[in-house]
Design a protein around this ligand. Structure first.
Ligand code: ATP
Ligand code: MG
Length: 353
């Protein structure tokens, strides 16, 4: 791998937004035919750096080289011409169009470009890389993983040799992640160069050839994945020694403070978001609710807070007076007297794209 030439070199890149320095004197090399993981804590400048490679932002200082030649990337169109394509965290698709139309929409003079065999062309690409996608399916009927596949095919269709994926696994199930990794490996083997942004160390170790680390907008280092460990990567990422073994003392078995019984909730579109769910939480516990985006966490929290009517079931709180929750309940107020406090951090930052 070490002898392969560079596809991309970013040298001394700096980008500020007002008083915030998102990237300061950052270096990044991507070799041809490799998968490079870009790792860093939230807000460390990963998306901003990649947005400069894909023409969304211009660096305040620094230089970008594509296959050894200095280039100026002033727009996404420039990036496309240089063979660079980015799959953003928030998809950029038109819901009422088919997969094929979404791909063709990016073509200059689309009206003239539409050919009879357009589906065939896309299907060839789907087969070549091992994707699963129906070019005639409309985007609003697609699962999140299908939309992501479409975004990847879109950049490949326009000849991208360098493909950037911003946290692609955040919206996927474990099985879908495995499928995505198979496709990415196949793309690498076909000679594409890939940058994948992820927070998940196990994914970095499983997929990447090398890892570049950013911390608070500064470039830290790039290492061969085979020569590092999760422990070492964590320490570079946060800048201090970290103990990955968390001490979890057994929680004393007190009575539950909140109990959810057979709860069914509908989402804003009227579809079942939570289907007969049961759980409880005791005092002294932290309960994690795991799931990919859109799997009902938001509706669950809103129902517990009394902000969303529930279809059936019961939420009972011993910190607040018990209440049947099939009626629209008033929110259990945050106050020291009721023993409740609510915090609603935004689910994801929309500023990144
Ligand atoms: N358009 C913008 N305007 C102002 N500040 C911004 C903008 N984009 C990013 N920032 C700031 O720049 C810093 C780096 O943000 P960036 O989104 O690049 O980080 P990140 O590593 O991608 O984080 P995350 O893991 O949360 O996606 C943050 O402090 C962020 O608030
Ligand atoms: Mg980001």
């Amino acid at each position: 791998m070490a002898e392969r030439p560079y596809a991309i070199e970013m040298r001394g890149i700096t980008k500020t937004f007002g008083s915030v320095t998102a990237n300061h004197n950052v270096h990044l090399d991507l070799r041809q035919g490799e998968i490079l993981a870009l790792l860093g804590e939230n807000g460390s400048g990963k998306t901003t750096l990649m947005n400069m490679l894909s023409g969304i932002y211009k660096p305040d200082a620094g230089e970008i080289l594509v296959e050894g030649k200095p280039v100026s990337i002033d727009s996404p169109e420039d990036a496309k011409k240089l063979g660079i394509g980015m799959v953003h965290q928030h998809f950029k698709l038109v819901d009422v169009f088919t997969a094929a139309d979404n791909i063709w929409m990016g073509k200059e003079k689309a009206g003239f470009g539409l050919k009879k065999d357009r589906y065939g062309e896309i299907q060839d690409m789907v087969r070549k890389f091992g994707f699963e996608l129906d070019p005639k399916k409309k985007v609003h009927n697609m699962a999140v993983s299908e939309k992501q596949t479409l975004e990847i095919i879109k950049v490949l269709y326009y000849g991208a040799k360098v493909i950037i994926l911003d946290e692609p696994t955040a919206v996927l199930t474990v099985q879908e992640i495995e499928k995505l990794f198979t496709v990415l490996r196949r793309m690498r083997d076909e000679g594409h160069s890939i940058i994948i942004i992820t927070h998940k160390l196990n994914e970095v170790m499983e997929l990447s050839d090398r890892v570049a680390i950013l911390r608070k907008g500064e470039y830290i280092t790039t290492v061969n994945t085979a020569e590092t460990s999760e422990q070492e990567l964590t320490e570079w990422m946060v800048g201090r020694k970290i103990d990955l073994n968390i001490n979890r003392p057994l929680v004393e078995k007190t009575r539950p403070l909140l109990e959810i019984r057979d709860l069914t909730i509908r989402n804003d579109e009227g579809a079942v978001a939570i289907d007969h769910v049961n759980f409880y939480i005791r005092g002294g516990e932290i309960l994690g609710v795991a799931g990919i985006a859109g799997c009902g966490q938001k509706e669950l929290c809103e129902a517990i807070a009394g902000l969303r009517p529930v279809q059936s079931g019961l939420t009972t709180s011993w910190a607040c007076p018990p209440r049947p929750s099939w009626k629209r309940a008033s929110p259990c107020p945050s106050s020291p007297r009721t023993g409740w406090a609510w915090a609603w951090p935004p689910p994801c930052p929309s500023r990144t794209t």
